[in-house]
Design a protein around this ligand. Structure first.
Ligand SMILES: [Cu+2]
Length: 282
């Protein structure tokens, strides 16, 4: 599968639910698994008619085949329809037309950036990869009037193959980031069913609840979940987008049992912070 994906340079998305501004009752989850098939599976929670699916092709170009680490690398993504005609219009979804997630193969590195739309289906951005190794680039977007799409692409940064250490589940789901103590809780950690997860925030010094979280890209938080084999990608937005803490609740669904890394992105006092967790889903 990996070889084929590298060869193809992209994969198709399986969408479990659409997430557009028109469906606020939706639980805001985009899923993608690298099945390689265009099998749109709509499992939205709303009663609204699902938007039609659209076959797209993403063509990825980098400033170099193996861009060196610690230097600016340009990334361009051309989105065309199945006939090769550029997709011109994209929904603004959480304030952006395209969300780009970058992860290293060992999931130690994570970034969430927003390429600029140049028109005629072309998005561009430059970034710096911190070290040599394999990275997966995941683009998340909504061609206007259609369902959420996820397209991904593996790249090799530099020439060294970084040793891959498998991630291990956290023994404690409380982390301290930038003087904030964040605890992640699930109603029931299980695969294949909706799971509610709650991030709760306290000031690590005063131990008082944090109630002044700020919206970032139109929501109190953004959560990205990726399976340890980097095959499953899930992007969630909060059930209550306007919450300010101390709780931020999300509904999600882990497609199958296994180890997953979860990154929550939040903002307080104008500072964006990321809290990572690794969980074993039974
Ligand atoms: Cu984004």
């Amino acid at each position: 599968m990996i070889v084929r994906l590298l060869g193809m340079g992209l994969l198709s998305a399986v969408l479990l639910s659409s997430c557009t501004a028109k469906q606020p009752e939706d639980h805001n989850q985009h899923n993608a698994a690298s099945s390689g098939n265009e099998q749109g599976q709509h499992a939205g929670h709303g009663t609204a008619e699902p938007a039609p699916s659209m076959n797209v092709k993403a063509t990825w170009k980098l400033s170099a085949d193996n861009p060196p680490s610690n230097q600016k690398a340009n990334i361009s993504i051309q989105i065309d329809d199945s006939k090769g005609v550029p997709v011109e219009k994209f929904e603004v979804n959480h304030e952006k037309q395209l969300h780009l997630i970058l992860v290293s193969k060992d999931l130690s590195y994570f970034d969430h950036i927003h390429p600029e739309y140049m028109g005629k289906g072309l998005f561009e951005i430059s970034t710096i990869f911190p070290k040599d190794g394999d990275y997966k680039l995941i683009a998340d977007f909504v061609p206007t009037g259609t369902q959420q799409k996820t397209e991904s692409h593996w790249i090799q940064v530099g020439n060294d193959k970084a040793p891959i250490e498998s991630i291990t589940p956290d023994s404690s789901l409380t982390k301290t980031v930038d003087n904030k103590e964040i605890t992640l809780q699930f109603d029931k950690l299980q695969a294949g069913k909706e799971v509610q997860m709650n991030f709760s925030f306290t000031d690590s010094k005063t131990k008082s609840p944090i109630t002044n979280l700020q919206p970032y890209l139109g929501a109190v938080g953004h959560v990205v979940i990726i399976s340890s084999d980097v095959e499953q990608y899930i992007h969630n937005h909060p059930l209550e987008e306007k919450a300010t803490g101390p709780d931020a609740k999300f509904a999600t669904s882990f497609p199958k049992s296994g180890v997953y890394k979860i990154w929550g992105q939040f903002q307080q006092n104008g500072q964006l912070f990321i809290v990572p967790f690794v969980v074993q889903v039974p």
